[in-house]
Design a protein around this ligand. Structure first.
Ligand code: GLP
Length: 268
C-alpha cells in the first residue's frame, strides 16, 4: 500500500487527476488499441478530481476515447433522470464534458426489471472487457466502499444492498436534507469486485473520513470496516488530505512518508 498525503482537497484532486492521466497514457503507449478500463465513484469527494480530469482532457493531455468506465453503484428505484441519481451525477459532473464514447459508459440500472440479473450482467461485462485496470474509490464515514456497508462480505460481488441509516443520513445532504427522500436500497459492486481491479486508488478528504482512513490502513482486515479490504491488495494507493490522516498513528504516517521519499514518485 502507498499513502499520499496532500495539503488540502484541491491538491488531492490535482495529484489524483494527474496520476490517472499518466496511468492511462502509459497504458496507451504500451498498447494503443487496448481500451483502458476505469472504475469510478460518485459522492462529494471525487468531484474536484473530475473537474481536474475535464481540464486535462480539454488541454489535450488525456483522451477518454478508448476508456471504458464502470461506476460503483446506483440507487434502486430512483428514476435515471432524477437529479440525485448516480447516472445524472456522472453525466453532469464528468461524462458530458469529456470525449468519452457514451457506449463505453457503464452504470448499474437501479430500475432494471430483474435486479439480480442486472448485477450478474455487470460482473460478466467487467470480465468480458478484461477486468478493471484502475478503480478510483471514495470511502464512507463508516468505512464503506461503494455501498458495501459494515459487515458486508469482503468476498462480495455486485448485488442489491440495503443502505444503512447512517449512510442515508450522510447522503441526505444531496436530497435537500430530507432523509425520507434518500433511497433505502442500492445496487453496488461488491468488495471483491473492487479489489479484483489491478490497481486501486482511494480518495479521502476531511476529518469526517479520518476514522475510516485509520481503520482502513491500520485497523484489522475485517468486514467491520470494508475499506480494510485494500490491505490485501498488492497495488492500493490512498490519497488523503491532512485532515483525513489525523487519526493515523505517527508510526503509520512515518512509514508512508518514508517510502514516498525513497521511491521514485511514479505510477505503480
Ligand atoms: C456514497 C457512495 C460511496 C462514496 C461515499 C462517500 O455512499 N456510495 O461510493 O464513496 O458515499 O461519499 P462522499 O465522497 O460524498 O463523502
Amino acid at each position: 500500500m502507498r499513502l499520499i498525503i496532500e495539503k488540502n482537497p484541491e491538491s488531492v484532486a490535482v495529484w489524483t487527476a494527474q496520476y490517472i492521466a499518466k496511468f492511462i497514457n502509459r497504458q496507451f503507449e504500451n498498447a494503443p488499441d487496448k481500451p483502458f478500463v476505469l472504475g469510478l465513484p460518485t459522492g462529494g469527494t471525487p468531484l474536484e478530481t473530475y473537474k481536474e480530469l475535464i481540464k486535462l482532457n480539454k488541454q489535450g493531455e488525456i483522451s477518454f476515447k478508448n476508456v471504458i468506465t464502470f461506476n460503483m453503484d446506483e440507487y434502486v428505484g430512483l428514476p435515471e433522470d432524477h437529479p440525485e441519481s448516480y447516472h445524472t451525477f456522472m453525466w453532469q459532473n464528468f461524462f458530458n464534458h469529456i470525449d468519452i464514447q457514451p457506449e463505453n459508459v457503464n452504470i448499474l440500472d437501479g430500475n432494471a426489471p430483474d435486479l439480480l440479473k442486472e448485477c450478474q450482467d455487470y460482473e460478466d461485462k467487467i470480465k468480458a472487457v478484461g477486468g478493471i485496470d484502475l478503480f478510483l474509490c471514495g470511502v464512507g464515514a463508516n468505512g464503506h466502499l461503494a455501498f458495501n456497508e459494515p459487515f458486508s462480505s469482503l468476498a462480495s460481488r455486485t448485488r442489491l444492498k440495503t443502505i444503512t441509516h447512517q449512510t442515508r443520513i450522510d447522503n441526505s445532504r444531496f436530497f435537500g436534507g430530507k432523509l425520507e427522500d434518500v433511497p433505502r436500497n442500492a445496487l453496488t459492486v461488491g468488495v471483491a469486485t473492487v479489489t479484483d481491479a489491478r490497481h486501486l486508488l482511494v480518495l479521502a478528504v476531511g476529518e469526517n473520513k479520518a476514522l475510516a482512513v485509520k481503520m482502513g490502513i491500520e485497523g484489522a482486515y475485517s468486514h467491520t470496516w470494508t475499506i480494510s479490504a485494500i490491505q490485501a491488495h498488492p497495488k492500493a494507493l490512498v490519497v488523503c488530505d491532512e485532515k483525513a490522516i489525523q487519526e493515523l498513528s505517527a508510526r503509520a504516517v512515518d512509514y508512508f512518508r518514508d517510502i514516498e521519499d525513497r521511491i521514485k514518485k511514479d505510477i505503480w
